[in-house]
Design a protein around this ligand. Structure first.
Ligand code: DWN
Ligand code: SAH
Ligand code: ZN
Length: 406
């Protein structure tokens, strides 16, 4: 049994998702598919600080490099979300004289382009060179590197202290948060704030969205575990805000201990987590049982449809779907093709399961009988854009919180 990555306490495993490939490494052909990297995907909860975390850590360079294919700007809902978030930050925390914003994991610049457009000082820290280059092409300043204490010292030396350090869907990707907080201590102004948003453990348990668990998502945060983590590193959780994006997230605000008055929302969410026993072993074990049921139900449905001669494809070659296909054993005999709008994924094979990925423009050509929606977190946007599919008799298959056809 390994120790907690945050507090070194004892971590009790509660879910084993088996051998898994890198979720965002799409082999180009059968030869590359032979050489995939696999790791054990097991999840546990710390008995001391309640942090839910992976047991095994994938080396960061395996995941985040110049071949990293995820582009944040491909969803219109997410583009709107980040534009709104940037405007809110500009109107509040960044409204003083000569403000400076640092973003961890800025990806293709989806948030920073609004900040750059206003001429506000900013820097993205993004280790994946391909997406960092896309950000630069929209006039966003980016340092291609992993954020850690060393990077924070360099940014501080070159640009001075930051008013805000922001991270969306990135903080939970970083196992070595001790080094990150040591860096934040150097980089943030005395009254500066760390703002980060990630999938929320409470929503993951409610929706049984076990596919939020994969190599890149090292932590599944909650108010309780984030409050304990902040405290451990000399900081304090001062605000929480629930967000509807990516199937349910929380935006956390963390400041230096004692620097800001915590909002009542923090105590409210902590009390709610307590009331519903979110961190209790029984809750997490029940979640694990629901995962087994979903995988069994999904495979039964897909096998029945194959027996009936139906044509079944999938929509959205998400990182999340690697967990589903590899845990449940869903390959090209059950799902013919995955349609996806990401140029870097098209013409390749899905990790581990080796289902061919094709451009989403081919989805209608002709429509299949059924489409398994791997990008369920973008259901409204995708179902709206592909409304003709259903009008012509096609059906979507969803699998969280349970398997159903709509
Ligand atoms: O945390 C992470 C999130 C933010 O992004 C990363 N670790 C990796 C990635 O996870 P994901 O791949 O599960 O994210 P999405 O946003 O659910 O991926 C959607 C996929 O579906 C992309 O490959 C693009 C594709 N897509 C599409 O083909 N048509 C998306 C939309 C909205 C569409 O209309
Ligand atoms: N913020 C974007 C991207 C999320 S994907 C969004 O919400 O859509 C996660 C990103 O974090 C990737 O682009 C990855 O390269 C980056 N990342 C991973 N580890 C990091 C680290 N240690 N420091 C900074 N960025 C990191
Ligand atoms: Zn711990």
């Amino acid at each position: 049994m390994s120790g907690c990555r945050v507090c070194h306490g004892v971590v009790t495993p509660f879910l084993d998702l088996g051998k898994q490939p890198l979720s965002d490494a799409f082999p180009a052909d059968a030869e590359e598919a032979e050489k995939e990297y696999f790791y054990n995907l097991r999840v546990g909860s710390c008995r001391s600080c309640s942090m839910v975390q992976l047991i095994d850590e994938v080396p960061r360079e395996q995941m985040f490099n110049d071949g990293y294919p995820y582009r944040s700007s491909l969803s219109s809902v997410m583009r709107d979300h980040f534009e709104r978030t940037a405007r809110e930050l500009l109107d509040t925390e960044l409204s003083g004289p000569d403000p400076f914003l640092v973003e961890l994991g800025c990806n293709d610049g989806v948030l920073l382009r609004t900040v750059a457009g206003r001429g506000v000082r900013h820097l993205g820290v993004e280790p994946s060179a391909g997406v960092a280059e896309l950000a630069r092409s929209t006039n966003v300043s980016v340092l291609t590197d992993f954020f850690e204490e060393r990077t924070a010292r360099r940014v501080h030396a070159e640009h001075g202290q930051a008013d805000v350090v922001y991270a969306a869907n990135t903080f939970c990707h970083i196992p070595y948060l001790d080094s990150v907080f040591a860096g934040l201590d150097v980089l943030l102004k005395p009254d500066g704030v760390l703002v980060f948003e990630d999938p929320y453990l409470g929503d993951i348990v409610d929706r049984a969205s076990f596919d939020q668990i994969y190599d890149e998502h090292f932590y599944l945060f909650s108010a309780k575990s984030v409050a304990a983590m902040a405290h451990r590193f000399g900081f304090e959780l001062v605000d929480v805000e629930r967000l509807p994006v990516h199937g349910g997230e929380v935006r956390y605000r963390v400041a230096r201990a004692g620097a800001r008055t915590p909002s009542p929302a923090v105590a409210d969410l902590l009390a709610e987590e307590d009331r519903r026993a979110l961190h209790a072993p029984a809750t997490l074990e029940d979640f694990a049982r629901r995962v087994d049921r979903i995988c069994d139900d999904l495979v039964s449905l897909l096998e029945r449809l194959r027996g009936e001669g139906k044509r079944v494809v999938a929509y959205g070659a998400t990182a999340k779907s690697a967990t589903v296909t590899n845990r449940a054993g869903i390959g090209p005999t059950l799902v013919e093709t995955v349609y996806d709008s990401t140029p870097e994924k098209q013409g390749r094979l899905t990790p581990g399961a080796h289902i061919p990925v094709a451009a989403s423009t081919g989805f209608a050509d002709p429509y299949p009988d059924f489409a398994l929606l791997f990008a369920w977190n973008h259901a409204d946007e995708i179902m709206r854009r592909e409304s003709v599919f259903r009008e012509s008799g096609g059906k979507w298959i969803l699998y969280v919180p349970d398997v159903r056809v709509v």
